[in-house]
Design a protein around this ligand. Structure first.
Ligand code: FAD
Ligand code: UDP
Length: 395
């Protein structure tokens, strides 16, 4: 009998497994249907020996000291500030759009933030209510830059026009009037020094934690006795698609190793106007690895395949809310992570969500051994746990 069964060994599942094992001294079985831990952040050395990311480039960035400090228990870091260029009109220009981008595209020599802002203001189109991913861009930088940088990329990435997507999607990419060409401006921008997988190995290296790979929850759920469950897979799948499928966007990755030291000048080059793929990333920029070969990844968006991105639009959120209501009625099961809470979260946000869930568990879920002086669950204990969680039995 495991105290906890955790489905999914990505950030959500692994952070919680470690917290429960170390702070509550309870037993955890963490499973994943993939043959490895780390979820989408999994990295590995490929056949040539280049450290690469199996599921596309993952760059860690956060403004939270608490999240950074927590992960720092399991890894050293390598400072890394990600830079992205876009191939626009046969030029390579910085993304997010900044003053350098504008000067390069329009053959201008804008020297100050004010001049750049005036340029953008002169092109911006007023939008009465900013609702969609088109509105938010057009209202700031106008239609021409929107068409060049956002429309094609977004249509490829999501299979939807930006006018059909929530504004939060393109809002992830700001516009700047200075010459800062970093993709992120967070206070902490680092890569795990020896890779994500090593960090996950250290996180899960605890006598209370057992790991089972190549194991789908649906196959083993009746075989593995457990008291409580943490589920970090797709929430609609957990409920057998009772209300219909929640749409997720997928990608096909093409990984290529080249017999040359470097392929492109920065970590990622975006192709908003041309090509079937959205971007090409080259890992050695991220990892700092020295190697005579290099590995790059092309990302081809796809409607089918592993679920990678929840698709932010109102009708999907409404469907998610139905599953969320069901989740709240389901006793002894916790839903955490990008797929289980249908949120377009970065890694740090998932870590933050998992740490918050752990605090809730500490406040509401009793330690069975503390209650009864033994570690066997019975129906009463489970009931106590459920009632405590609903706040009915405390005091
Ligand atoms: P996941 O990593 O998806 O882990 C869930 C795990 O559950 C998976 O391993 C899955 O196999 C397993 N699972 C699901 N269902 C079952 C089941 N029934 N049985 C057993 N196992 C199951 N974030 C950043 O901060 N920076 C970036 O640069 C960045 N780049 C990204 C690039 C791409 C291409 C993608 C797709 C995402 C990127 N992200 C990035 C987001 C990041 O990947 C996620 O925030 C993070 O990995 C989510 O962690 P998670 O644990 O919620 O989910
Ligand atoms: N985007 C775009 N053009 C770009 C970069 C991003 O239109 O050159 C839009 C696109 O809709 C994308 C979203 O902004 O899905 C968020 O970009 P981000 O780089 O954060 O995507 P992620 O790394 O999460 O795939």
């Amino acid at each position: 009998m495991y105290d906890w069964l955790i489905v999914g060994a990505g950030f959500a599942g692994s952070v919680l497994a470690e917290r429960i094992a170390s702070e509550r001294d309870q037993s955890v079985l963490i499973i994943d249907r993939r043959p490895h831990i780390g979820g989408n952040a999994y990295d590995r050395h490929d056949d040539a020996g280049v450290l690469m990311h199996q599921y596309g480039p993952h760059i860690f960035h956060t403004n939270s000291d608490a999240i950074f400090d927590h992960l720092s228990k399991f890894t050293e870091w390598r400072p890394y500030e990600h830079r992205v260029l876009g191939r626009i009109d046969d030029k390579l220009v910085p993304i997010p759009i900044n003053r350098t981008t504008i000067n390069a595209l329009y053959d201008l020599d804008l020297k100050t933030d004010e001049e750049a802002q005036a340029f953008l203001d002169s092109r911006a189109e007023p939008v009465e209510e900013i609702r969609t991913s088109e509105d938010v861009v057009v209202s700031k930088i106008g239609r021409e830059l929107y068409e060049k940088f956002f429309r094609g990329y977004t249509t490829k990435q999501w299979g939807l026009d930006p006018s059909e997507l929530d504004k939060s999607v393109t809002s992830r990419v700001p516009t700047r009037t200075n010459t800062d060409d970093r993709y992120f401006t967070d206070t902490h921008q680092f890569m795990p020094k020896h890779g994500y997988t090593r960090m996950f190995e250290r996180m899960l290296d605890h006598p209370n934690i057992k790991i089972m790979l190549n194991a789908d929850y649906r196959e083993i759920r009746d075989e593995i006795p457990h008291r409580r469950l943490i589920f970090t897979g797709p929430i609609d799948e957990f409920f057998d698609f009772r209300f219909g499928r929640l749409p997720y966007r997928s990608l096909k990755f093409k990984h290529v190793t080249l017999d040359q030291e470097q392929y492109q000048p920065v970590g990622t080059v975006n192709y908003p106007m041309t090509e079937d793929y959205t971007r090409i990333s080259e890992y050695k920029h991220l990892t700092g690895q020295e190697h005579h070969k290099t590995t790059i990844t092309y990302e081809y968006p796809s409607a089918t395949g592993d679920p990678y991105y929840p698709i932010p639009r109102p009708e999907n959120q409404a469907l998610y809310k139905k599953y969320q209501a069901l989740a709240m009625e389901t006793e002894n099961v916790h839903f955490v992570g990008r797929l289980a809470t249908y949120r377009y979260y970065n890694m740090d946000q998932v870590v933050g969500q998992a740490l918050a869930e752990f605090r809730r568990i500490q406040e509401t879920v009793p330690l069975w051994s503390a209650l009864n002086g033994k570690s066997h669950a019975n129906a009463d204990e489970r009931l106590v746990g459920a009632q405590l969680e609903n706040g009915r039995l405390l005091n």
